[in-house]
Write a new protein. Sequence first.
Length: 307
Amino acid sequence: MTFDLTPYRELYPWQGRFFDTGNGVRMHYLDEGQGEVLVMLHGNPTWSFYWRHLVKAFSGTHRVIVPDHVGCGPSDKPGDEAYPYVLERRVADLDALLASLGITKDITLVVHDWGGMIGMAWATKRPERVKRFVVLNTAGFGLPEGKKLPWQIGVVRYAPFFPIPVRGFNAFSRGANLMCSKRPGRMTPLVKQAYLAPYDSWAHRIAVQRFVEDIPLAPGDRSWPVVQEVSEKLDRFRGVPMLICWGRQDFVFDDFFLAEWRKRLPEAEVHVFEDAGHYVAEDAHEEITALMKQFFAKHPIGAGAAS
């Protein structure tokens, strides 16, 4: 089960592959190029399309792995009876995918939004495999002290009626198209259409809703223990090179989150784009590409990169 990628081939020219995560539920992913491995993890309500500029920039020199989380992009979109839409399973899917590809060392993890918590949770289980991090507007911890859940997220999380606009009218994805990019001209009509395309029916919007419902805010939430473990173990990565590229005009991952990253991992190299939004890889992909190349040169992994 997938959607027609034909209208977007100029922007997203890759064919992609599929991995069975269990019970016939397929995860779509890109595997492009050769060399040192970059694993790029998207968030909600995006898909691997979000990383297209970086895939184009780095697949000539690196092996770029870009999964679409189950329920997202061209991946299967099963019902709740066939797949548990929770953080723990997302981490297990990533682990199984990388194992199937024989990727067991020298990984650079590139993360955004929910991809940050998925990636950091995986990294805390496999810390010896990660050699560098690139972090874009995300978290590796719970809500920072003093930060409240934005109302735009809270209403989806708690309002009993909100599955109707989210799953009936794709309101969450449409809202993201309007609010998450700040530089003029980046979200062209075709780009906006591409972000919406995988989520074309009530059934196909299940992951968009479940991601929001799975945000761990308090003890008792299903994914709370995973986030607590990641938060407690985050300082183990203080010796691992980290590049943080941050869109300042993000109403979710804002200054509170950036301050928390700086506090927890003070050695990280931080670059803030004052005019960029949550979709920072849309708004500032040229600058991010240049910074990543400089960062990789400054922190080489060396010989023996994963195949």
